[in-house]
Design a protein around this ligand. Structure first.
Ligand code: TA6
Length: 286
């Protein structure tokens, strides 16, 4: 385990154990790599990601908090909240027989208290790098008034070819289709297939999702707790081309399956209470 300058000199914890390799940046507490021993990389990062202290890293696992997408009332506020743009405190990193547990903290400060979400809070993000990738985001209300937040572990997965991929676990689930004016629709019974830009917020679902990837001959499972929303996103050709930190030819190699609480599933916390959302990622043979 080595803490030191990563891309563009952003502080990075690099992990290499018998169970695999991983890396996580203190900027946004952003996981940017996880590759279990004997497997292909599971987490995808754009080759055009800027690794700039004032920008989100493109790919990996951005933490969207305390809101998702554009802020409801403040057009100047950053997309997906401020957490992925802040330096988190690395509270601990322990190697337990090749399984590395890392703990990050983010609390309110003058900047956040002047933001469009001025609440007092502590966010603790625990990541376990082992035969599986475990992520747990715990948010505590440390103020004296109720607060409401959205949270998304916006995980970018590496896939062989998005055109060949199927996703199961969301059959018959209602979703909001962002590419069709957020029209409310219901998923069919067949695996989700990708033939164009896909940007969907699945509602009221605690289901495990599985990515079936014939080209890499593997399946990736996303098991979640404390989450009622799942976001599925591939930008496809035009949106990939429109993003400056996303290579024009990268879209076939990635898919976001995002563990979330957004919109009607936003979390309300009374003072002195907390909420934990977890995602555990596992890889197996197809
Ligand atoms: O989670 C899907 C999404 O909301 C897409 O609409 C797209 O905007 C994506 O997030 C990436 O957002 P970003 O701000 O990281 O470019």
């Amino acid at each position: 385990m080595r803490l030191g300058p990563g891309r563009n000199s952003l502080e990075r914890l690099a992990i290499a154990t018998a169970r695999g390799n991983a890396e996580v940046y203190l900027h946004g507490a952003h996981v940017t790599a996880w590759q279990p021993s004997g497997a292909d990389p599971v987490i995808w990062v754009s080759g055009d990601s800027q690794f700039h202290p004032d920008k989100p890293i493109r790919g990996g696992v951005p933490i969207c908090f305390p809101w998702f997408a554009a802020h409801a009332t403040d057009a100047s506020a950053p997309m997906h909240g401020f957490a992925r743009l802040r330096g988190w405190t690395l509270a601990s990193a322990e190697d337990r027989n090749g399984e590395v547990q890392v703990r990050f903290l983010l609390t309110d400060d003058d900047t956040s208290r002047r933001s469009s979400w001025p609440h007092r809070f502590q966010a603790e993000y625990r990541v376990t790098f082992g035969d599986r990738l475990g992520m747990a985001l715990d948010v505590a209300n440390t103020g004296d008034a109720p607060l409401t937040f959205e949270a998304v572990l916006h995980t970018y997965f590496a896939v062989g070819n998005i055109r060949e991929v199927g996703v199961t676990g969301l059959a018959a689930t209602e979703y909001l289709d962002k590419v069709d004016g957020f029209t409310r629709k219901r998923e069919g019974d067949a695996p989700i297939r990708f033939t164009g830009e896909t940007d969907r917020i699945y509602l009221d679902t605690e289901s495990t999702c599985t990515i079936h990837d014939p080209e890499l001959r593997r399946r990736i499972e996303v098991v979640k707790t404390g989450s009622l929303s799942t976001v599925v996103w591939n930008p496809w050709i035009d949106k990939a081309r429109a993003m400056p930190d996303f290579g024009d030819d990268e879209w076939p190699s990635m898919l976001c399956i995002e563990t979330a609480n957004v919109r009607d599933a936003a979390v309300r916390l009374e003072p002195a209470s907390h909420h934990t959302m977890t995602a555990v990622i596992g890889v197996g043979a197809l």
